[in-house]
Structures are given as structure tokens and as C-alpha cells.
Design a protein around this ligand. Structure first.
Ligand code: TYD
Ligand code: MG
Length: 455
């Protein structure tokens, strides 16, 4: 009789246990353990994939040939930027995002635009016809690209040997299946093993591999942390589905800065790169309206002007509501408490809604002053001067705190035609204010801001 070897895996964090557990001892989640078949005793044990691995031996550090850190362009400036300047040979890149956000579109676009190397696009989710149709929408010239619909890694490695691509895209890691393990595709043990096979392939052949990964409901990469430490780079694709804008963020990068960010716009012909984000994030307004303030923020190394909109209204029922889109609600509550205490602003009976234009979310502390100004403006129902923008953090005692890279923020504000920028007094130190045309005003307390805005 064949004996089946099984093990239990937490579907949230990947922890393994010999028996079922109600609560995961590693991540504390309940009811996440699932039994997975690892190996049947009658099936021959295969220990390695199909490609040959080179023999290893310890080497002295200076003996090791210097890898060419040379970067290849992916044909997309925004993607190159998040990758830290382009594609590195032999790197394994995970692209995560919610279903329907545009991961397949982006990867197919890169496949079609890649110059000078053959790309193999392996899809386990769509048929060849579907991919062709999508490619027609995106449009392509004369790419050297092959499409393969296959999920078994052993047969994928065979095809890799014949096609000899210079880059591989796998859409998605959750559909891959290896013969070594018998559990179903998408289970923790399959994801772990197939990703490890792809990692070995990338490292031994020097061919860069993109893995597309789905994100679970609560925003984690499915098959989660186990993948993050295995890959060189983790990119996350995000955006509000109701808006056309998509942001690709770097969460981890072994070959560059992890705070980079690229912006795309989803059109009917695929993703268009957005090279000047400030222009799209500032909504076109003709008249002065109250409750709108512009912040000069930095995402990664990129300055962006972002519009914040606040609505303060009398609470109709009991507990007032506080609601944020694109901003941290706890931070809003803190700023409201500061306003209440320092400016004598009675917000206890008011509903406060806050919205960041363009459906993006930001966590730059330099947003604080703009958020406070937008709330004050809406509360007083007095529009702010359209030509003022803000860049400062607000502390608990109502002090206006300095933020980093102030020169870049000022330069971006000036470039977009703002006449005045409010920053922290501490940021004025060593700043050559006569270099700019824009008026730079340093403030140290929230109360002062009130005076400047509503004189
Ligand atoms: P897709 O790349 O299939 O998402 P994922 O692989 O992340 O699940 O993107 C699907 C969405 O993108 C779908 O809602 C349709 C939209 N889309 C466009 O708006 N224009 C296009 O040219 C393409 C190809 C897709
Ligand atoms: Mg897809």
C-alpha cells in the first residue's frame, strides 16, 4: 500500500507543522493550516529540476569574477527606475498586485518592447489566443518573443533549453507546479519549490526571471514571506481600480534603492508611462474652492505635488465620522487633536473627510501641513490661495517640523508655477532663499499658519 507523506502549512506565513494547529504559532493567525501532500512513497524521489547546475566550491573573494552589474533597459523608463536603473542579469524579480491591476499587461508590454534579447513569456492563466488578443491591443513591432502556456516546471525547463531566451516571464507563480511535490498548484509548498527552481535557473544561467504573484485579500503577497526572501527584487503594483493610475513600488531591491516608484496610466492600448506625475495629481480647478491644499511630497527620490481635499461638516448623528482615502486615518485623528488643542478649533461635533487626489496613497510626513490647511480651509469655508503649497510635518505640540530634501520640494513647486511655499522654520537654515523666485515662508507653530492663510 502506498503511503502518502503530508505536512501542514500555514497559508498565511508558510510555517510548517507535522499536525494540524488551530492557531499558527509563527504569525498568530487562526485557521490557516492546510494539509498538503509532499510526496507519495511509491513515486521516485526526484531531487532536482531538469537544468544542470554548475559544480560549486568555496572561492576566495578576489578569485570571484566581477559580475557585470551592467543594466539592460526593459524598454520602459518607469520600470527601469523602480528596478534601480534597469534589469540585472540573473536577477529574480517578483511583481505582486491584486487581480486585474495590470500585472499581465505590464509584463506582456515589457516582453513585446524588449530589444536585443529573446523573451519567453510563460502563462498559466491565459490561453495563447487571449495573449495574442492582448498583444494586438497593446501593439508591437517585430519582437523576438515566444509565448508558452504551460504550468509544469519540468516541461518549462525543457522548453527553456530549446528556446534559449534572454529573459523569462512567469505569469503567475501560483499556477506553477513541480513533479517533485504532489500538492496542488498555488499551495505553499508548491510556491516554495517552484520559486526555488526558478531561482536556481536564474542564478545558474544568468537569465533574469520575472515572477508575477497575486496578492491576497489583506494585501500580502500570496505564498507570502517565503517568496520575498528568495527573490532579489519585490515590486508591488497598486492603484485604485476606479482611477486609471497605477503605481509600481519597489519593496525590496538587492540591486538598488528600495524606495523607488514608477507611475503608469491604464489606457485601452495598455499602460502609458507617466513621466510628470504632478500634473495629473493636481486636479484642474478654475475657481477657488475651500478645503483644498497642495503638498510638495517626495516618493522615492521623486518630488510630486499632491492635492489634498478635506470636507468638514456638522455631524448629523452622534459620533462624528473621520474618513480618509489615501491617507492614514490615525494620522488624521492626531492632526485633528492638534488642531483642537492648539487652534481652539472645535472639531468634536464635525465629520471630517479627507481625500488624496488621483486615488494614490502617500505616507510622506510632509503632507501634514497641507492636510491641516485643507481642514482649516474647509472648516472656515474660506478657499486658500491657489498659488500656495506646503511641505512640513506637524508635531504633537503643534510645532511645524522640518522635512528632508526641502530644496527638491521647493524646486518642484516653483516648476509648477506656485508663488509661495510654507515650510518649517528649521528648514530655512542654510537655505539660499534668493535662489528661487517662489516665496519661501518659514513657520514654527500651527497658530502662525492660521494667521498667514486667513489674514
Ligand atoms: P491584467 O493585466 O489582466 O491584470 P492582472 O494580470 O494584474 O490580473 O489587467 C486587466 C485589466 O486591465 C482589465 O480590467 C482591463 C484593463 N486593460 C486596459 O484597460 N487596457 C488594456 O490595453 C489592457 C490590456 C487591459
Ligand atoms: Mg494576469
Amino acid at each position: 500500500m502506498s503511503k502518502v507523506k503530508t505536512s501542514f502549512y500555514c497559508q498565511n506565513c508558510g510555517a510548517q507543522a507535522p499536525k494540524w494547529l488551530g492557531k499558527c504559532p509563527s504569525c498568530g493567525e487562526w485557521n490557516t493550516f492546510v494539509e498538503e501532500v509532499i510526496q507519495r512513497s511509491d513515486s521516485p524521489v526526484k531531487t532536482t529540476g531538469n537544468f544542470k547546475s554548475t559544480e560549486s566550491r568555496p572561492k576566495k573573494i578576489e578569485e570571484i569574477e566581477q559580475g557585470n552589474e551592467q543594466r539592460t533597459s526593459t524598454g520602459s523608463g518607469e520600470l527601469d527606475r523602480v528596478l534601480g536603473g534597469g534589469l540585472v542579469e540573473g536577477s529574480l524579480i517578483l511583481v505582486g498586485g491584486e487581480p486585474g491591476i495590470g500585472k499581465s499587461t505590464l509584463m506582456l508590454q515589457v516582453t513585446l518592447k524588449m530589444k536585443g534579447r529573446r523573451v519567453l513569456y510563460i502563462s498559466g492563466e491565459e490561453s495563447e489566443q487571449q495573449i495574442r488578443m492582448r498583444a494586438e491591443r497593446i501593439g508591437y513591432g517585430d519582437p523576438d518573443c515566444y509565448i508558452l502556456t504551460e504550468t509544469n516546471t519540468q516541461s518549462i525547463f525543457q522548453h527553456l533549453e530549446t528556446v534559449q531566451p534572454g529573459m523569462v516571464v512567469i505569469d503567475s507563480i501560483q499556477t506553477l507546479q513541480t513533479n517533485i511535490i504532489e500538492s496542488t498548484a498555488g499551495s505553499i509548498s508548491q510556491i516554495r519549490e517552484t520559486a526555488a527552481e526558478m531561482q536556481r535557473f536564474a542564478k545558474t544561467t544568468g537569465v533574469p526571471v520575472f515572477l508575477v504573484g497575486h496578492i491576497t485579500k489583506d494585501g500580502n503577497l500570496a505564498g507570502p514571506k517565503i517568496l520575498e526572501h528568495m527573490v532579489d527584487t519585490v515590486l508591488q503594483f497598486e492603484g485604485d481600480r476606479n482611477y486609471g493610475y497605477r503605481i509600481i513600488r519597489c519593496i525590496k531591491n538587492r540591486f538598488g534603492s528600495a524606495s523607488e516608484l514608477g507611475i503608469f496610466e491604464m489606457r485601452d492600448t495598455g499602460l502609458r508611462e507617466v513621466t510628470n506625475p504632478s500634473e495629473i495629481l493636481l486636479s484642474q480647478r478654475e475657481d477657488d474652492v475651500s478645503g483644498v491644499a497642495v503638498a510638495s511630497t517626495i516618493e522615492g527620490i521623486r518630488p510630486m505635488l499632491i492635492e489634498t481635499q478635506a470636507l468638514v461638516s456638522t455631524a448629523a448623528y452622534g459620533t462624528p465620522q473621520r474618513s480618509c482615502t489615501g491617507f492614514d486615518t490615525r494620522r488624521l485623528n492626531m492632526l485633528l487633536a492638534v488642531l483642537e488643542k492648539r487652534c481652539g478649533f472645535r472639531l468634536g461635533t464635525k465629520d471630517v473627510f479627507l481625500n488624496i487626489a488621483g486615488g494614490i496613497s502617500v505616507d510622506d510626513p510632509a503632507m501634514d501641513l497641507a492636510v491641516i490647511s485643507a481642514i482649516l480651509s474647509s472648516g472656515e469655508d474660506i478657499p486658500l490661495n491657489q498659488h500656495i503649497c506646503f511641505a512640513a510635518e506637524v508635531g504633537l505640540s503643534g510645532e511645524i517640523r522640518p522635512v528632508n530634501r526641502i530644496e527638491q520640494r521647493i524646486a518642484e513647486a516653483e516648476k509648477l508655477g506656485f508663488k509661495q511655499i510654507l515650510i518649517s522654520k528649521f528648514n530655512l537654515k542654510g537655505l539660499k532663499t534668493d535662489k528661487w523666485v517662489i516665496r519661501i515662508t518659514g513657520v514654527s507653530k500651527v497658530e502662525e499658519v492660521f494667521g498667514i492663510l486667513f489674514r
